[in-house]
Design a protein around this ligand. Structure first.
Ligand SMILES: [Fe+2]
Ligand SMILES: [Fe+2]
Length: 332
């Protein structure tokens, strides 16, 4: 889902395709075609490594930045049950970020380079997190729609060709499915509530529907990396295929709880066996990708502050590791 280009310092220098050993390349491609996992010490084409570092680190950044819009609501959750659920969810997202940074590190990217690329604005994260969370109903809409779209993207990634990424996704998907369910359950409660709660639920739906559809990335004919990524089984389904699946699954869920989908062109198409839906405003998407808007600045300020506030923890951990290493040498 994180298809925007990342050209951070962590991206390795491109090597000409011609420089790749044709025998190694053929063996690699045969293994991938045979659905084998590629592991960190295996030979891989430089472009494969680069694409994965970009995709996995963007994914990791998105998990970490994704903690912020919902984190804002932990202190304002309406009751203890909702607070416990939201705390667990936001904590899960932090864990997802950590698995994914670790997976990217197996490809030679360093944590410091990745964090630096995020903080300096060179690396991108999912644009969805640059939208503000205005009401409590947004917490329901995010879990249901945003995590729901994330699952659509991430289930096929459990079979992505790079082993460490695929294995990280197995656990992440289990947790994402809890995120989606708690969001839908929250929306259900809102839609069974007072007229004011129903209005809030519909308002959240109106604001999050289109951004959620854009999470799948640009249309296939405007997504230059898709074909190569599918061939190398980094991606298993295209942006448009995944978007359609999401619409088909989500529309009946909305209708079941009395929410209307904010799209006048939405209509079941019997011949296709899918919903037809209206065109998306990609200009808005690219403006959000470019980081325009107050929320994007607020997100980065919060991330940089968290990183700086945590410096003492990293220093203490390093000092402790050095002390233990020294004690081990002394004992030998
Ligand atoms: Fe996550
Ligand atoms: Fe999630």
């Amino acid at each position: 889902m994180y298809t925007t280009d990342l050209s951070g310092k962590n991206a390795k220098k491109p090597e000409a395709a011609a420089a790749e050993d044709p025998v190694l390349l053929a063996t690699f491609e045969a293994r991938v075609a045979n659905d084998e996992f590629i592991e960190p010490k295996d030979w891989m084409p430089e472009a494969y490594r680069r694409t994965l570092v970009r995709q996995i680190s963007q994914h990791a950044h998105s998990e970490i930045v994704g903690m912020l819009p919902e984190g804002n609501w932990i202190t304002r959750a309406p009751n203890l049950r909702r607070k416990a659920i939201l705390l667990a969810k936001v904590q899960d997202e932090g864990g997802h970020g950590l698995y994914l940074y670790s997976a990217a590190e197996t490809l030679g990217a360093s944590r410091e380079e990745m964090i630096d690329a995020l903080h300096s604005g060179k690396a991108k994260y999912s644009t969805i997190f640059n939208y503000p969370t205005l009401t409590w109903a947004d917490i329901g809409a995010i879990g249901w729609l945003v995590d729901g779209a994330a699952i659509m993207n991430q289930v096929p990634l459990q079979r992505t060709s790079y082993g460490p990424y695929a294995r990280a996704m197995v656990r992440i998907c289990k947790e994402e499915s809890f995120h989606q369910r708690q969001g839908y359950e929250l929306m259900m409660a809102m839609m069974a509530g007072t007229p004011e709660q129903k209005r809030m639920g519909q308002d959240a739906m109106n604001r999050w529907w289109h951004p959620s559809l854009m999470m799948f990335g640009p249309p296939d004919d405007k997504s230059p990396n898709t074909e190569q990524s599918i061939r190398w089984r980094i991606k298993r389904e295209t942006n448009d295929e995944l978007r359609q699946k999401f619409v088909d699954v989500t529309v009946p869920q909305a209708e079941a709880i009395g929410l209307s989908v904010p799209d006048p062109n939405l209509k079941w198409n019997d011949a296709r066996g899918h919903y037809d839906f209206g065109a998306l405003d990609w200009e808005e998407f690219y403006a959000v990708v470019r980081g325009e808007g107050a929320v994007a600045k607020e997100r980065m300020t919060a991330r940089v502050k968290a990183w700086e506030d945590g410096a003492w923890v990293r220093e203490a951990a390093r000092a402790y590791a050095e002390k233990r290493a020294a004690a081990k040498v002394a004992a030998e």
